[in-house]
Design a protein around this ligand. Structure first.
Ligand code: SF4
Length: 333
């Protein structure tokens, strides 16, 4: 018998219509950011969601509890830039305290990380992915419209010192911008136990036009002479990994366009304004705010289940589907 005093929630997993286990919830806690990356935001920024539409920490914690009851185990806090949301350390504490949360991670641009890494780790954060598209200070200032590379590097070191590991550095590959830095980035993995992952540029929101900079990661990866494939060992991952012989770190290639991994998709996304997204590239959204108004969790549980069962089989970008309307800063990657 499964149910009763000895009930063990780890038996529960949500399976979608395509037989995929959905156990990963990415939670965008703000659409605001302290950078203005050219492939994410137009020059003059975007109208933000507005404070009154942003769901509170109590609601997010409640959604996490209900999600755990439905078999979700991995959670990631994203943005915009999550570290600009006031009290985010308190949110980390709240989510980390929910029984059944196996992994709590974050994706950040690293700018504020050197100041906050220690308290994030103390609050229960497990690890952090840092978005970094160039190792050249001038280029960084250009692509982010004013960011300082030295802040990010200090953030990575602070995260490592705080034990927010393994460190993952995510690089959006852009032809004519950073495709000449492949070996510089890869060299980091020969010095540090980091995963440096190249991600194909995806057409999303207002900046879908930036797509002219698209380069496939296989074309990019051709430069990685001497790097050997790392066996996945049965671990499902969105990246294919390579390691230079004897190196502490790995290089990853993530190919959402040239060779998608939708067959292994395990995620839902929650936006900062309380909508469940079934797929990064789909305009389908389920508003959970009405369910948050009821004291009983049944409605919330039903909406999460509905979102899992409504998941698309795969994205249709290569089939000419129009880019998703919502901007990347309002989805959280
Ligand atoms: S594109 Fe959509 S279906 Fe494919 S992996 Fe991403 S979220 Fe999943």
């Amino acid at each position: 018998m499964i149910f009763g005093a000895a009930f063990d929630p780890s038996f529960i997993t949500m399976t979608d219509r395509f037989g995929r286990s959905i156990d990963y919830l990415r939670i965008s806690v703000t659409d605001r950011c302290n950078l203005r990356c050219k492939y994410c935001m137009p020059e003059d920024g975007v109208a933000d969601i507005g404070h009154k539409n942003i769901i509170g920490f109590e609601a997010i914690e409640r959604i996490v509890r209900v999600a755990v009851d439905l078999g979700f185990r991995k959670f990631r806090i994203t943005g915009g830039e999550p570290l600009v949301r006031r009290g985010v350390v308190g949110l980390v504490e709240r989510i980390a305290s929910v029984s059944g949360v196996d992994t709590l991670a974050m994706t950040s641009n690293g700018i504020l990380l050197s100041r906050m890494a220690a308290e994030l780790a103390a609050a229960g954060l497990d690890r952090v992915n840092i978005s970094l598209d160039t190792l050249q200070a001038e280029r960084y200032r250009d692509i982010t419209r004013g960011g300082e590379l030295s802040d990010v590097l200090a953030g990575i070191r602070a995260a490592e010192t705080a034990g927010l590991t393994p460190i993952r550095v995510n690089v959006v590959a852009v032809r004519g911008f950073n495709d000449d830095e492949v070996l510089d980035f890869a060299r980091l993995t020969r010095l540090y136990p980091w995963d440096v992952r190249f991600i194909e540029l995806m057409p999303i929101g207002d900046t879908a036009g930036f797509g002219s900079g698209y380069i496939s990661v296989d074309e990019l990866g051709a430069a990685l002479q001497g790097y050997e494939p790392v066996s996945p060992n049965g671990v499902k991952a969105v990246a294919r990994y390579y390691r230079y012989p004897g190196a502490p770190g790995r290089v990853g290639l993530i190919s959402p366009l040239s060779s998608h991994f939708c067959g292994d998709c395990n995620k839902l996304r929650l936006t900062a304004d309380g909508r469940l997204k079934t797929c990064l590239h789909s305009n389908r959204e389920i508003d959970v705010k009405p369910a948050l108004g009821s004291a009983d969790d049944a409605a919330l549980k039903a909406l999460l289940s509905e979102a899992v069962l409504a998941k698309e089989e795969r994205h249709l970008i290569n089939d000419g589907e129009a880019p998703v309307r919502r901007g990347m800063n309002k989805i959280g990657g």
